[in-house]
Design a protein around this ligand. Structure first.
Ligand code: SAM
Ligand code: SF4
Length: 332
């Protein structure tokens, strides 16, 4: 019998989490992620559900136990609940989560729940329709809010909002979002703006740090008390409001990188393995999946990718090189 050997890299980081992008397509065009005018990948370049499943079976044998489905917008891919149902059956997979912009959630929340999806993150940067349009270059705030409400009704318990606060665009939304999350009993997470936009407009001075956001929230509501995190590989630092109403997390990827405890791998929609959001190299699983490559070849490819992981993303270093691909092409 083969001896189990986990996915450990040169810095002893044990990889147990996989982000699966199922498409690069999206029904909106957030400026921090996609270009306004975009050429999506031809459909035959995107992995089929069977190919994704085979990859996940191999990865699960190497210790991957947590999946997050993302994109592009994962809910624009047809029959996504079928994929979730199949992934649930893979031995070793314990947790499946999804990140969505919420635009199609009203229609699909029940089917996602029935398929066995455990956790749902919904991206929402603003409660103002004009700001929503400015960010996403589309209308749709009402649909997202309906989606959140439907997800609550069908019984998703671990619902989380992901928000990006960007200087000059959405700093005025921090407090209203905090208020909304407290009222609706939703967890809220602020993610720092990273240099992964498609149009190369990112500037450090647009990043509102997690610690600045924390101060803004404390001034508006009450003290935020750090919560104990059992899982050191979790990128967020979590706080609870002192009055017991609400929980806020901060993913300070730019100002306080958490690379030293990163346990994540990524598979892009067209089957390239990445060991970091900011990786400039990819490992081609699709060619193996579509050729005579066997599971041992796939396993070796995954291990090679993990072994090559760098200590950190290096955004703050002088020789930082932005990846050629933007967030929607990688899978956030
Ligand atoms: N379309 C889905 C959504 O928006 O939730 C899933 C894919 S999206 C790329 C995943 C997450 O990445 C979203 O929460 C989005 O706000 C975040 N994101 C996109 N571009 C980003 C950037 N440049 N910096 C930080 N987060 C970003
Ligand atoms: Fe689409 Fe999500 Fe990117 Fe916005 S962040 S453009 S919703 S993939």
């Amino acid at each position: 019998m083969a001896i189990f050997s986990p996915l450990v890299d040169r810095l002893e980081r044990v990889h147990t989490s996989l982000r699966l992008s199922v498409t690069d397509r999206c029904n909106i065009r957030c400026f921090y992620c996609m270009p306004e005018s975009v050429q999506f990948m031809p459909r035959d370049e995107i992995l089929s559900y069977e190919e994704i499943l085979r990859f996940v079976r191999v990865a699960a044998r190497l210790g991957i136990n947590k999946l997050r489905i993302t994109g592009g917008e994962p809910l624009v891919r047809s029959d996504l609940p079928d994929l979730i149902g199949m992934l649930r059956e893979v031995p070793g997979i314990e947790d499946i989560a999804l990140t969505t912009n919420g635009m199609l959630l009203s229609e699909s929340a029940q089917a996602l729940k029935d398929a066995g999806l455990q956790r749902l993150n919904i991206s929402l940067d603003t409660l103002d329709a004009d700001t929503f349009r400015k960010i996403s270059r589309r209308d749709g705030l009402e649909r997202v809010l309906e989606g959140i409400s439907t997800a609550q009704k069908v019984g998703f318990e671990k619902l989380r909002l992901n928000a990006l606060a960007i200087r000059g665009v959405s700093e005025g939304d921090i407090v209203p979002l905090g208020n909304f999350a407290r009222q609706q009993d939703l967890e809220l997470r602020f993610i720092e703006f990273m240099p992964l936009d498609a149009e190369d407009n990112w500037e450090m001075n647009q990043v509102i740090s997690g610690s600045d956001i924390r101060e803004i929230l404390e001034r508006a509501f009450c003290r935020l008390v750090p919560l104990d995190s059992r899982d050191r590989s979790q990128p967020a630092v979590d706080y609870g409001f002192e009055d017991g109403r609400g929980r806020i997390g901060f993913i300070n990827s730019v100002t306080e990188p958490f690379c030293s405890t990163c346990n994540r791998l990524r598979l892009t929609a067209e089957g390239q393995i990445r060991n970091c959001l900011f990786s400039t190299v990819e490992w081609d699983a699709r060619t193996l999946l579509r050729s005579e490559g066997n599971d041992q070849d796939l396993e070796k490819l995954i291990r090679d990718c993990v072994q090559s992981k760098k200590p950190g993303h290096g955004i703050d270093s002088d020789d930082f090189q932005k990846p050629a691909r933007a967030m929607y092409q990688i899978g956030g």
